[in-house]
Design a protein around this ligand. Structure first.
Ligand code: NAG
Ligand code: NAG
Ligand code: NAG
Length: 303
């Protein structure tokens, strides 16, 4: 609970408190709207969507996933994606967690498996509905999130590599790190949060491969942000997540391609493990690494 409150406290600083009404209604461009029927929804995660007034033909889709104690509305208010959506014409999906405390389920066997019937499955179905409904460009489907939403970003990249072209995780943990030995749904895992779940790149990669056995297609490129002063999800989670995606892509974790100081800003260090995996370590930054919307657009290829 303390950790959850820490997550809340660190985010309250960045979200605004707009009170746009969220009544059930048809999707109307330029407003955050709820989609109540989108096919199979194995969990009660709610589906909110922002279709820009400036929607382009064959639009891209960005899934933007909130932190613990957050909601679709709070992430819509507190992140730059709705503005960027109007600028570039893509659709934003804001899932809303159904769990008390409103963290995402990144712990159960169901959610840590392709088509396993957990929250990851429900979110994937939101994406499929959107692609079909708006004739979206399936080569422009992306996922991002903060904290619990960053954990889910890694989980979705692992469980639905067939859907997502890229992921950007702000302050999360590796996919399969928050696992619950007793198969709890939305369970807290203090070992992982404290940065004490350590494995080799090959072991972390195997955790990903086991979430979708026999999958042999392409995988998303990944960008991982983490603050060195994060006291909610300790910084070793950055190292473990980099091991995981470097391992998945077959890059050397110990010998990255490049390490650049003061990139993308003073005090941050960008480490490139290979063309598809990079990490950005934010020196002196706590659990809230501010979203870099313009950079996200470049990473996703919109800018
Ligand atoms: C927490 O996660 C680790 C893997 O990161 C796992 O080994 C451990 O069993 C989990 N703890 C609980 C209490 O489920
Ligand atoms: C990849 O998996 C598909 C579906 O199981 C299979 O048809 C295909 O032969 C596999 N391709 C390779 C290169 O293994
Ligand atoms: C974790 O990564 C950071 C940033 O690259 C680095 O400074 C630190 O030494 C790493 N920690 C360990 C234990 O390797």
């Amino acid at each position: 609970m303390r950790s959850v409150l820490a997550l809340l406290a660190s985010y309250l600083a960045v979200v605004s408190t707009s009170t746009t009404s969220l009544s059930k209604r048809a999707v109307s461009p330029g407003t955050l709207s709820q989609v109540t029927s989108f096919g199979n929804a194995p969990t009660k995660a709610a589906f909110y969507i922002y279709v820009p007034k400036a929607l382009v033909a064959a639009p891209g889709v960005v899934v933007a996933i909130h932190y613990c104690t957050g909601s679709a509305q709070l992430y819509y208010d507190g992140s730059p994606y709705k503005t960027l959506s109007e600028q570039y014409g893509f659709i934003v999906i804001y899932p809303s967690s159904p769990h008390s405390g409103t963290c995402w389920d990144v712990s159960s066997k169901a959610t840590l498996k392709h088509e396993g019937g957990g929250d990851s499955n429900t979110i994937a179905n939101m994406v499929k509905w959107t692609i079909n409904e708006y004739k979206a460009d399936t080569t422009k489907v992306f996922v991002t999130g903060s904290s619990s939403g960053a954990m889910m970003t890694n989980v979705l990249a692992a469980t639905y590599p067939d859907l997502f072209l890229a992921g950007i995780a702000y302050s999360g943990v590796p996919a399969g790190c928050f696992v619950s030995a007793s198969d709890g749904v939305d369970a807290w895992n203090g070992t992982c949060a404290n940065g004490q779940s350590s494995a080799t790149p090959a072991e972390w990669a195997q955790v990903v491969f086991d979430m979708y056995p026999n999958y042999n297609g392409t995988r998303p490129k990944m960008q991982i942000y983490h603050g060195s002063s994060d006291t909610a999800l300790l910084p070793n989670n950055y190292n473990e997540t980099m091991k995981q995606w470097a391992g998945v892509w077959g890059y050397s974790y110990d010998e990255p391609d490049a390490t650049k100081s003061n990139d993308p800003q003073s005090g941050y260090t960008r480490t490139t493990y290979g063309p598809m995996v990079e990490g950005i370590y934010a020196q002196g930054v706590g659990h809230t690494v501010p979203i870099r919307g313009a950079d996200d657009m470049k990473y996703f290829g919109f800018a």
